[in-house]
Design a protein around this ligand. Structure first.
Ligand SMILES: N[C@@H](CCC(=O)N[C@@H](CS)C(=O)NCC(=O)O)C(=O)O
Length: 213
């Protein structure tokens, strides 16, 4: 049985949706950020970065949201949430997953927590926040264009884990001046994925009952 260490709507949500969509046997372990449990001695033993999520699968302990999602996909290839290894479709899948985690997610992290870079300098904090928002917006425009040409999902008509990962990030981006939903093709993808029973179960299981993203 998998154990997913999570906090509601955090970077654990992608793996949570994927676990639900797969119908996998798993247990949720709350890492209570309200008391900084992610920095506790016990948690640091499984995730030395003090970040959420962590997946425990028997003797294997994994951090990094995308690595966790890939582990689940590779172990459950029959679910079809990623194309077969070695195919061009898999490389395209990898491209989008890595783009989301490496580019959009990192920019959204800076947008949400600019003071982690600027400290008490409030002027610099606002400049960094606006800069990160502008860069995240450009990435969302790239995705909007891709979905318009090749969609409606990241891999055309085939549902994949990238779609779930994107739903997670779009929730974080909701306060942006041009939030993801202001782009019509992204809005359609979000409507479609957030209507899936697996996605609703995942967020409800985390106590989230408002619009998902
Ligand atoms: N690159 C990491 C980022 C994980 C991350 O930053 N998670 C946030 C929650 S969304 C966190 O744990 N924040 C708590 C902290 O930084 O103390 C991943 O994708 O797993």
């Amino acid at each position: 049985m998998y154990q997913l260490h999570y906090y509601p709507a955090n970077a654990s949500a992608a793996a949570h949706m994927v676990l639900e969509e797969m119908g996998a046997d798993y247990e949720l372990m709350l890492v209570d950020r309200t008391i900084d449990a992610q920095k506790s001695k016990d948690y640091l033993k499984i995730n030395p970065n003090g970040r959420i999520p962590t997946l425990v699968d028997g003797n294997l302990v994994l951090f990094e949201a995308a690595a966790i999602v890939l582990h689940l996909l590779d172990q459950n290839p029959q679910t079809g949430l990623a194309p077969k290894l070695g195919t061009p479709e898999r490389s395209t899948f990898n491209q989008w997953l890595i783009f989301l985690t490496n580019s959009l997610q990192e920019e959204l992290m800076i947008y949400q927590y600019p003071d982690r870079l600027t400290g008490n300098d409030t002027k610099a904090t606002e400049v960094v926040r606006r800069g990160a928002e502008a860069r995240a917006s450009t990435y969302l425009d790239v995705i909007e264009q891709h979905l318009g040409t090749n969609g409606p999902l990241f891999l055309g008509t085939t549902l994949s884990a990238v779609d779930f990962y994107f739903v997670m990030l779009c929730r974080w981006a909701r306060p942006m001046t041009n939030p993801p939903r202001s782009r019509p093709t992204i809005a359609k993808l979000l409507d479609r994925i957030t209507a899936l029973p697996s996605v609703r179960r995942a967020y409800e299981g985390e106590g989230i009952t408002d619009e998902i993203s």
